[in-house]
Design a protein around this ligand. Structure first.
Ligand code: GLN
Length: 231
């Protein structure tokens, strides 16, 4: 029936890896995917006349899923990099980020990236943190499927440090209830997050950029930002 057809919004399939709070995660006892990215992704989809359908996919599986056509867009705290831009098309940046180090609270031997030489470092597979850690001389870099596993390994004493995005490390320290951990050193790599679609889908990138602009203009972006990061 015609009327029913037009009522039904088009679906936009979005992929994200869900151990990246406050951008995308699941709260205990709540099956829904929540976070800054999730709210923004839903708002962008809605602005373009779509309903967002969000899937949880391993971070290193996101670009392959996009290329295989299993999802239409990645919204997963994914930093815009030259390397990735060869394969996929990023929207304009929607969040400024960077990398930082977490060590145990009583670790006084690591104060910078330089101090990580020869140390055991936990990272999430496929991330810019993993790439940065691999550049450190003699570092023993261990890659985990999720950020939660990387933090658990630090807690268990299996590694000396976690290298991950600063806002996610901050969230880990303030919200997870973890007391014996701290962020050390300077932020490296100014990075910006972008939403990503296939290179073939130039029309969609333009629509997404327009939607981001509109949400910034109408105050919706600001509302979502304040909800997750405060003022
Ligand atoms: N921003 C980092 C990257 O793009 C980490 C993203 C993530 O773990 N979700 O590689």
């Amino acid at each position: 029936q015609k009327a029913a057809d037009t009522d039904k919004a088009k679906v936009l399939k979005i992929g994200a890896e869900m151990t990246f709070p406050p951008f995308e995660f699941q709260e205990e006892g709540n099956k829904e995917y929540v976070g800054f990215d999730m709210d923004l992704a839903r708002a962008v989809a809605k602005q373009m006349g779509y309903t967002a359908e969000i899937q949880n996919i391993g971070f290193d599986g996101l670009i392959p899923a996009l290329e295989a056509g299993n999802i239409d867009m990645i919204v997963s705290g994914m930093s815009i990099t030259e390397e990735r831009s060869k394969k996929i098309a990023f929207s304009k940046p929607y969040y400024k980020s960077g990398l930082s180090i977490v060590v145990k609270g009583d670790n006084n031997s690591v104060a910078s990236f330089k101090d990580l030489e020869g140390k055991r470092i936990a990272v999430q597979i496929g991330t810019t943190g993993a790439e940065e850690a691999r550049k450190i001389k003699d570092a023993n870099v261990r890659e985990y499927n999720s950020n939660s596993e990387a933090y658990m390994e630090l807690k268990a004493g299996g590694v000396d440090a976690v290298v991950n995005d600063l806002p996610v490390n901050e969230y880990y320290l303030t919200k997870s209830g973890e007391k014996n951990a701290k962020i050390v050193g300077d932020i490296v790599n100014a990075e910006e997050y972008g939403m990503a679609v296939t290179k073939k889908n130039t029309e969609l990138v333009e629509k997404v950029n327009k939607a981001i602009d509109e949400l910034k203009k109408n105050g919706e972006y600001e509302k979502i930002y304040v909800k997750w990061f405060g003022k």
